[in-house]
Design a protein. Structure first.
Length: 130
């Protein structure tokens, strides 16, 4: 019977040793998992900060684009107004007169084709004569 008790004691010691090894292994695994979770948590915080920064900058870009669109619309309206005005037509006449003057046209031709005064035609010829 003593052999039976000794055998049981040896088996129990082996079981306790195996359990101790198992516990140590589990603790190492837990520490490794905790380190992994910590790294992932840190990366997650960085990603959250990046997303917040991108969202904030996206709103700023959206506001700037909206402002640019409003300015472009305003400029387009102004261009349309100028095109419809007599001033634009008068500028076009001057542009045509300048082209004629650079090609060597006479005063009478410029006055007739561009509806300018003689003085205006003379000035353009003096300024833009080839």
């Amino acid at each position: 019977m003593e052999i039976y008790v000794s055998l049981m004691l040896v088996v129990l010691i082996m079981i306790v040793a195996v359990l101790c090894l198992f516990v140590v292994k589990q603790q190492r695994l837990i520490k490794s998992l905790e380190a992994t979770v910590s790294r992932i948590s840190h990366k997650f915080e960085i990603v959250q900060q990046d997303i917040s920064a991108l969202s904030a900058s996206g709103l700023g870009v959206d506001e700037r684009v909206g402002g640019a669109e409003r300015r472009v619309r305003s400029l387009m309206e102004r261009i349309e107004e100028l095109e419809e005005s007599e001033t634009f037509e008068h500028l076009q006449a001057f542009q045509e007169a300048i082209e004629l003057a650079t090609k060597g046209a006479e005063i009478e031709e410029i006055v007739e084709r561009c509806h300018l005064t003689v003085d205006e035609a003379e000035l353009l010829i003096r300024l833009h004569k080839p």
